[in-house]
Design a protein around this ligand. Structure first.
Ligand code: GRF
Length: 221
């Protein structure tokens, strides 16, 4: 199925926005049939906002510290997102735990990228934890978002080797290279109507993906 119009995408960020940049670059190269209609950050003055501005994308800040509760913030965020009528919401380094209502509202049309081979290492400090556990491979997962933190059905996973002299920084850099490959690919699949979520499973070309999603990358140094 090929889309008749570019898919309307809202990207949520909290920081550097290198995954956002990968999507902008893919769109510019004509590989991604998407239009990023807004970038929203919960933190002011982050590099990702500048990346959006440079690309001519509306960039907004919704500061979570100005809201009394997580519920209040998520309601305001949902209202803000929905003004842009997105068909897909992309969490790209958006460092917030989501309320169930928010996650449910976008179920089947919200993706996240998590820097581990889920279901391993949900939550924070994934690279350090993988090193401390003596893993020989590590990686990154793109998944549909459900109310369970880092628990929605995986779409695609990329593996990288853990090298002997790695620290959290070198390992994160190797993982990020893969992030910038698999996130645009997952978004492209969704935009072309190849990827969807049904009954709690991710389907690619109508076939259910495995428990770790589509597998790519290599654990060989
Ligand atoms: C990435 O490592 C992503 O996996 C994690 O947050 C980081 C965001 O990086 N969820 P960036 O803001 O896209 O550069």
């Amino acid at each position: 199925m090929s889309p008749t119009h570019p898919l309307r995408v809202v990207v949520l960020i909290s920081g550097s926005g290198s995954n956002l940049q990968a999507l902008i670059d893919g769109q510019k190269r004509g590989e991604l049939p998407i239009e990023i209609v807004a970038v929203i950050s919960n933190r002011a003055a982050v590099r990702g906002l500048l990346r959006a501005e440079h690309a001519g994308i509306p960039a907004l800040v919704l500061d979570h510290t100005r809201y009394e509760s997580r519920e209040d913030f998520d309601k305001a965020l949902q209202a803000q997102i929905d003004e842009f009528r997105p068909e897909l919401v992309v969490l790209a380094g958006f460092m917030r735990i989501l309320t169930s209502d928010f996650a449910s509202h976008y179920e089947g049309r919200m993706l996240n990228i998590h820097p581990s081979l889920l279901p391993k290492y949900q939550g924070l400090h994934t690279h350090q934890r993988a090193l401390e556990a003596g893993e020989t491979e590590h990686g990154v997962t793109v998944h549909f978002v459900t109310p369970e933190l880092d628990g929605g059905p995986p779409v695609i996973q990329a593996r990288v080797p853990v090298l002997e002299n790695d620290d959290a920084e070198t390992l994160a850099a190797r993982v990020q290279q893969q992030e910038h490959v698999i996130y645009p690919l997952a978004v492209e699949w969704f935009a072309r109507g190849r990827l969807r979520m049904k009954s709690g499973k991710a389907l690619l070309d109508n076939e259910p993906l495995g428990p770790q999603g589509y597998l790519t990358g290599t654990a060989q140094p």
